[in-house]
Design a binder for this molecule. Sequence first.
Ligand SMILES: *Cc1c(COP(=O)(O)O)cnc(C)c1O
Length: 396
Amino acid sequence: MQSDDERLGIGTLLSKLGRMSAEHHGFINTPTYRGSTVLFKTLDDLEQGRARYTYGTAGSPTLESLESAWTSLTGAAGTVLCPSGLGAVAMALLTALKQGDHLLVPDSVYLPTRSLCGGLLARFGVETTFYDPLLGRAIEQLVRPNTSTIFLESPGSQTFEVQDVPAITAVAARRGLKTIIDNTWATPLFFCAHQHGVDLAIEAGTKYLGGHSDLLLGLVSARAELWPALRKTHQSLAMLPGPEDCTLALRGMRTLHIRLKEAQTRGLEMARWLQAQPEIATVLHPALPSCPGHEFWQRDFTGSTGVFSVILHAGFSREGLAEMLDHLSIFAMGYSWGGFESLIVPVECRAYRTATRWQPEGWVLRLQIGLEEPADLQSDLRAGLDRLSGRRAARG
Ligand SMILES: *Cc1c(COP(=O)(O)O)cnc(C)c1O
């Protein structure tokens, strides 16, 4: 964080960051600047590019408010904005990699990131090895002469393995490798990626930063060494979000700490309640000891959010699962998370894991706990679990 702001508490910071009221007639929020062309006063100014803003793709006060706020919040040297979280993942990878490089990616990575590595990156001559997310310093054994980058995502998508980030960044530092983390679950409020030695940190702003399921946005922040390269890649691709989405993200940022605190409390309450239900075998919530890598969460994180998975006992039929999920009245099925509403989706990652064996005993469900009352959420799930177990049959 910027030195002036280092003493401030998180709520104060989130209230102050990115504000440029003096430049906007005293209005608290930076206006939503729409625009491509920016006019120059003189030939001299035009030739020299002498202006704070020169063209829509080169930035605007709206984008700058969000970028500068995120840079302070993450303690980075700079931030770029992308039109989606996956766009931010691509931006970070394209910054770090070149043809002929070898890339290490955790087996628990967000599936579209996995597809990006196996598809587009492979086509441009980058080879990916997937690794067990629970490898710490032993990841060094996978480093080859052409390895340039280690990607991390902690906790992992869907299965929530927490990684030993400091052990991995220590290996990277020793071997001169770049590191990238997808920090979407924790956000900078609950995990300080750059302070833990990571070069590029990704946030899908679509999730908790937006917080209302009404926008798509990605952010990449960089430590000093990679900031010029990140800025250059972003300028080359001109892959930016629209100004309305940045305005919504800035609005979401002002209440992020309050919403995350609620997500933490409600998420844990629901996770503990689920753990006590007879149909549930294991709860994969980073703040509970049953989650692989929980000890790293305890050591490195300052909080938990409201997304986690549960493994059901074996023996429930597909029909029973459909009965459970099709008739829920509060939880709904849909991708993404981090909004105000509760969501539930089945998780199936048996088919594509390559470095680790993922063989849960029964169905796996990922839950996003929203801001509804936990008692109502529990009634909804209990009724669903009754429908599930009412049709107990051998599972195919
Ligand atoms: C959702 C998500 C993304 C992608 O964000 P989009 O804005 O939906 O593209 C990337 N990483 C993680 C961990 C996510 O959960």
